[in-house]
Structures are given as C-alpha cells and as structure tokens.
Write a protein that binds this ligand. Structure first.
Ligand SMILES: NC(=O)c1ccc[n+]([C@@H]2O[C@H](COP(=O)([O-])OP(=O)(O)OC[C@H]3O[C@@H](n4cnc5c(N)ncnc54)[C@H](OP(=O)(O)O)[C@@H]3O)[C@@H](O)[C@H]2O)c1
Length: 308
C-alpha cells in the first residue's frame, strides 16, 4: 500500500477521537484530515474549516462511500453506540477504495479475560473484529484493518473517575486491597501517537491487534506520585475489590448507572492472579514499532494535577 496521506476520522469529537484528531491535524506535513460526523451530532470542531473539512452525512453505506471517496485511511473513534455501525463503515470504506480501517477498539485486547458481566457489551466488538478479519482476508490485499489495545486510558480516567482511587480535586485516595496490583495504561496523547504510528507503518502492522502502554503502575505507586507532586499526604480510605464488585452488581440489578465503571475498576485492580489486570509487558508492547514513547508515572501525575 502506498503511504497514507488522506485520513478520515469518524467520532472525532469524542474523548479518544479529540486527542487522535488533534495529533493528526498537528502533523500537516504527514496527513490531510477530514472529519466525518452524523447529521444529528452536537459535536463541534475547532479546526479551521479550510484545513480540516467536516462532512456531515447519514451513515448509510452509499452516503459513507461517497464521503470516503479519495481517502487513504479511516480512523474510527466512535463511542459504544456506534460500534456495530462500523460494519457499514467498513463496507463503505472498501467500496470507496480505502485501504486501511482503524477500528474503534482502544480497549483491553481480545485475549483479555473480562468479567462475565461484560460478555454482552463485548459481543458487538467481537463481531466487528471478525467482520474486519473476513473482509481483509477476502480483499486480495485491497482492504486492511488495525486495532489498538490500550488498557486503561490512564490520565483521562484518573482525572475523571474517583472510583479508580484518586479524587484529584479533593486530593484524597481510596486504596483497594493492598494497592499493589500492577496494571498498564495509555495516556490520551499516547493513544493518539499509537494511531499516528499505525498510519505511518501500516504495511508492517496491518491486520493485527496491537498492544501499547504508556506506563505500568499500581495504586500505591500512583499515591506516592500524587503525594510527591502535591507536596502533602493524601487522606486514604481502604476498600476491597470484592466490595466494589458487589456494589457494581447491585447497581446493575437495580437498573442504576455506574455499574460498568465499578466492575471495570474491580477487574483492573483485583489482586493476586493477574488474571484480569492488564499488564502489557514492556518487551511485548508494540510501542517501538509505532514510535510511541514510554512515559514516567510522576511526570504523568504532574500533568494531571496541573490540568485540574
Ligand atoms: N479502555 C477503556 O477503558 C476505554 C475508555 C473510554 C473509551 N474507550 C473506547 O474508545 C472508543 C471511543 O470511545 P469514546 O469514549 O471516546 O467515545 P464517545 O466520546 O462516547 O463518542 C465518540 C463519538 O462517537 C460518535 N457516535 C456516538 N454515537 C454514535 C452512533 N450511534 N453511531 C455512530 N457514531 C456515534 C460521536 O461522533 P459524532 O457526534 O461526531 O458523530 C461521538 O462524538 C470506544 O471504542 C470506547 O469503547 C475505551
């Protein structure tokens, strides 16, 4: 496949999509970016319209095919509701002659042994991945896909979700179990860099589920970093992942929101077996091929606190 220059981003205004789009737009020597958005979208984009065109279109296959005509690659960063729609998006991409479709994955990887509670949520993702694999296999090299497992989107999650153990506004912590369970995470900037890397070296990484990481850490390391950066001890409450799991399941049974986050954090920090925690070993990560840096925990924590 020839070098990728023209890139269409779908879901560009979302949590992950904003970061990816900014990184692509910041590299005008490498990429021409077009944003694809739904007619009913309330997303707004701050890029100059003459530099980053926005195509507002229905997500039917014919309309998307027309919108994607002339693009070299599609990067999908659609949220959960848009995941199944990626089959139509891939059909349109293939019909428009687009050679690479980067799936909206940014999860924990297909081999992750998630809690059974997530089976139903994970199913559409698996279907879309199978669809991409089949399409690539039948395309005689004309169509390829990539997906990137990032583990925990760590800087965003630490800032947004005190359930993860750190209330960065009120500077207090909740440590689950012993706080020593290790996990890896990828910053929003790291995720964007990984996508840039996929676009730049697509021939080497096509049709693969890549795994990346910015940091490896545990709650105790993070607490030490937060205390070091803020210059004082944080009040600590102790809890268990068993309790968190139970609270999440009770919320789910009552039809309340928030259960997904409780269960994600419980499975991330669950101690002992490394069964569900996500640790992408440094020597197994695809960082190097994607040109993606490893970051240090104190530096990441400092940036989080400066943005609070
Ligand atoms: N590993 C983790 O813990 C983690 C955490 C967060 C996200 N993620 C993953 O990252 C990806 C992006 O998530 P996000 O949180 O950034 O997404 P998001 O902010 O919820 O949504 C991103 C965009 O998706 C588009 N969209 C929404 N509903 C749609 C629909 N029904 N059909 C088509 N498009 C739709 C919208 O774009 P327009 O309005 O422009 O059309 C929206 O701005 C997902 O795969 C998500 O599962 C993983």
């Amino acid at each position: 496949m020839s070098p990728i220059r023209k890139v269409a981003v779908i879901g560009a205004g979302g949590t992950i999509g904003t970061s990816i789009t900014s990184a692509l737009v910041a590299a005008p020597d490498d990429f021409d970016v077009t944003i694809i958005t739904r007619p009913e979208s309330s997303a707004t984009f701050s890029f100059p319209a003459d530099k980053v065109p926005v195509i507002r279109t229905d997500y039917t296959i014919p309309a998307l095919t027309a919108a994607l005509h002339g693009q070299d690659a599609v990067v999908s960063a659609v949220g959960v509701a848009g995941i199944p729609k990626q089959k139509d998006m891939m059909d349109a991409a293939e019909a428009a002659g687009v050679g690479l479709f980067v799936l909206s994955d940014f999860g924990y990887g297909p081999e992750h042994r998630h809690l059974p509670d997530f089976d139903a949520i994970g199913k559409p993702r698996q279907d879309v991945l199978s669809y991409a694999k089949d399409k690539a296999a039948r395309s005689n090299g004309q169509f390829s896909w990539s997906a990137i497992a990032i583990g925990n989107p760590i800087d965003w999650a630490l800032k947004k979700f005190p359930t993860l153990g750190f209330d960065v506004v009120n500077r207090k912590a909740t440590i689950y179990d012993s706080g020593t369970e290790r996990f890896t995470g990828t910053t929003l900037a790291g995720i964007a860099q990984a996508v840039v890397g996929v676009l730049k070296c697509h021939d080497e990484v096509a049709n693969r589920h890549l795994h990346v990481r910015s940091v490896e850490t545990c709650q105790n390391d993070l607490l030490a970093a937060f205390e070091e950066v803020t210059g004082h001890k944080w009040p600590v409450t102790h809890d268990t992942t068993d309790n968190l799991l139970q609270r999440g399941r009770e919320k789910r049974a009552r039809g309340e929101s928030g259960w997904v986050l409780d269960l994600i954090v419980a499975q991330l920090l669950e101690e002992g077996t490394d069964r569900r925690s996500i640790v992408v070993a440094q020597d197994k990560a695809d960082n190097d091929i994607l040109g993606m840096p490893h970051e240090d925990v104190p530096g990441m924590v400092k940036r989080i606190m400066m943005s609070v």
